[in-house]
Design a protein around this ligand. Sequence first.
Ligand code: HPA
Length: 268
Amino acid sequence: MFIEDTTKFIEEKTNGYKPEIGIILGSGLGELADEYCDIAVSYSEIPHFINSTVRGHKGRLVFAEIEGKKVVMMQGRNHFYEGHSMQEITYPVKVMKKLGVKTLILTNAAGAVNETYKPSDLMLIKDHINCMGSNPLIGANDESMGERFPDMSEVYKKDLRDIAKKSAEKLAIDLKEGVYLANTGPSYETPAEIRMARLVGADAVGMSTVPEAIVANYCGLRVLGISCISNAASSENGDALSHAEVIDITNRAKAKFKSLIKEIITSC
Ligand code: HPA
């Protein structure tokens, strides 16, 4: 079995480290794993892992104790737009489950759809809309992981969102809460597509997170999602959008982001 090869390798590499919290760090948000790093394992070394290719992503699994909790962080994620399958990009979530993770914190950089959001705002994901045209659970179902038709009525757990809100309040961080819509990318949205996203009830738009959230929910992980708003998604004002800008804004938000994550970890 694939997954046993992977977990056995990781357990050997980490002397049986038993993380209880998993964090997937999005574009420009990987610094937490530079600050806290007990053991790092490169994706390229791990059997059946694929290597991250996007700028702003490092491509390693980082094990560390943060605020007294054992955590495993993905410093860099793989995306559907890189040409990997939905099953491949969500494989690490299943591996985390097998390693003993109970809570998964998903993070990303996202464009604002909600007109009240500003670049560098943080948004708690309340729910999502999958516009990727596929689903990572397509294919034969492994009943030992989860059921064929998983319920999706509360993917982003209310109790975790409450913890995140209390943490933000304590740190005086203005935390938005909204719906994340996932497109495949890699092209950014047109102004018309952003208007459509607004009409269907989205607050932010991005190219990740939803596949991982679907798999995490399926295999019984408690999920929390946080988006760092890196830009106003629509270029209706005529300003072109670049990946460099996305990284630049997330860089500016990362101190706030890191302190929020640390505070959340203490309570979950
Ligand atoms: N659209 C999609 N994905 C993104 C964006 C965006 O505007 N910003 C960061 N990731």
